[in-house]
Design a protein around this ligand. Structure first.
Ligand SMILES: [Mg+2]
Length: 415
């Protein structure tokens, strides 16, 4: 199947461009005559194309053993997608298996290469169609996500704008919450991490993992929550994430205990696959029930919202098909009067997050913050959470503002 535009379509596009070019020339002349403000900067061609797509895989060991309620890990893999066009380079990424890069190389690069670089929704749709037989949820959606983010970055760079200004800002500040608090941490490690966020960085929201060993260590969970509250005091919001590790009745019981510690966010108390159970827990607890991080498609979010399963929807742009789909998930939540919270990968989300009115916050996730600072060291777009919020695009750096530090990244390259 030919995935590239048919020759006659290409010709039509070029004809249209020439027409617009002519109009623009006349507009420019009129502008000169009447001393009106100049038109905004535009690429030298009106229809730059994507000339090249590349992938790279980086695996970074954690700085300590990490686990949540249902999974343990000692390294994290980032798949980087780079797209080039008209002398500019856009980058996007996802935290996913190395196989994700192969999906980009085999199924997506041919769809995107040669296509109009400014038409990101068109390319996002074309990528979705290209993976039909591979199966969208999971690795394919993550491959699309990384490529979509790279395409938005490229477009913003071609236009000379921070991505938030290309999308259109709905806010200046993007609130974040400190996230980590792994079940593998001892009291000292947990306390040090919480104090870094709350006392050193001034982030007034923190989250720790609970449901250790699939809910098998409930007493330790509650003790760790109590210690966390004692460390951060009453001024900081305290969140917990069970990663789907509890059973239904256990989650309700734990929720009652958490209320005593003033916990206001109970993430995935049970598996996010069980929407009616999430709804039942939501109705029995005052804490906001949140889920959505495993959403790989737009219908997934619609089903979760329609079931009344969450008080705040979560979505991950590096999983759900990129910024294009993440913005649509935000609209679905807004239509039901709910907020959206961005899951992990904070530097991939920050600009899009500033473009939605119903943002709750972004997850300033220990693992990913560490990796993004390592791989993109020195980038003007590296964000500072001081005071509890980010200000993406504040210095005018085009795109996401991130540049791979190839020298620092090289030792971690695995594909
Ligand atoms: Mg989570």
């Amino acid at each position: 199947m030919n995935r590239h535009p048919a020759p006659e379509e290409t010709t039509h596009l070029e004809d249209t461009d020439r027409t617009e070019d002519t109009d623009r020339t006349e507009d420019t002349d009129r502008t000169k005559d009447t001393a009106q403000p100049r038109t905004p900067p535009m690429p030298s061609k009106l229809s730059p194309t994507v000339e090249r797509v590349d992938t790279a895989v980086y695996t970074v060991p954690t700085d300590a053993p990490e686990a949540d309620g249902t999974l343990a890990w000692d390294s994290t893999t980032l798949v980087l997608v780079t797209v080039r066009g008209e002398g500019a380079t856009g980058l996007g990424y996802t935290y996913a298996p190395a196989a994700t890069a192969r999906v980009v190389d085999d199924l997506l690069a041919g769809v995107v290469t040669g296509a109009p670089a400014l038409d990101v929704p068109r390319l996002n749709e074309a990528m979705h169609r290209a993976v039909r037989n591979a199966g969208l949820p999971g690795v394919a959606a993550q491959a699309i996500a990384a490529t979509d983010i790279a395409l938005w970055d490229l477009k913003a760079r071609l236009l000379g704008l921070p991505l938030v200004h290309l999308l259109g800002a709905a806010r200046d500040d993007v609130p974040v919450y400190g996230s980590g608090g792994f079940t593998t941490y001892d009291d000292r490690q947990q306390e040090r991490q919480l104090r870094t966020w709350v006392e050193e960085q001034g982030i007034p929201r923190v989250k720790i993992k609970i449901a250790e060993s699939w809910g098998g260590r409930e007493a330790r969970d509650l003790r760790r929550v109590a210690r966390a509250r004692a460390v951060v005091g009453d001024a900081a919001e305290l969140y917990v994430d069970a990663n789907g590790g509890y059973g239904a009745k256990q989650a309700v019981r734990v929720a009652r205990a958490l209320a005593g510690e003033g916990v206001t966010w109970f993430e995935e108390p049970v598996s996010s696959d069980h929407l009616t159970t999430l709804k039942a827990i939501r109705e029995r607890t005052e804490a906001d029930v949140a889920a959505g991080e495993y959403g790989y498609t737009l219908p997934y979010f619609e089903h979760m919202l329609a079931a009344g399963a969450v008080d705040c929807l979560q979505a991950d742009a590096t999983r759900c098909g990129g910024i294009t789909i993440w913005l649509r998930a935000a609209a679905l939540a807004q239509a039901r009067g709910l907020d959206l919270s961005g899951h992990c990968a904070p530097h991939a989300h920050a600009h899009a997050a500033a473009a939605i009115p119903n943002l709750r916050h972004l997850e300033w996730f220990h693992d990913h913050v560490r990796i993004e600072r390592l791989l993109f060291a020195g980038s003007a777009g590296l964000l500072d959470p001081a005071g509890g919020s980010l200000t993406p695009g504040h210095d005018g750096t085009p795109g996401l503002g991130l540049t791979l530090d190839a020298e620092r990244a090289a030792p971690y390259r695995t594909g």
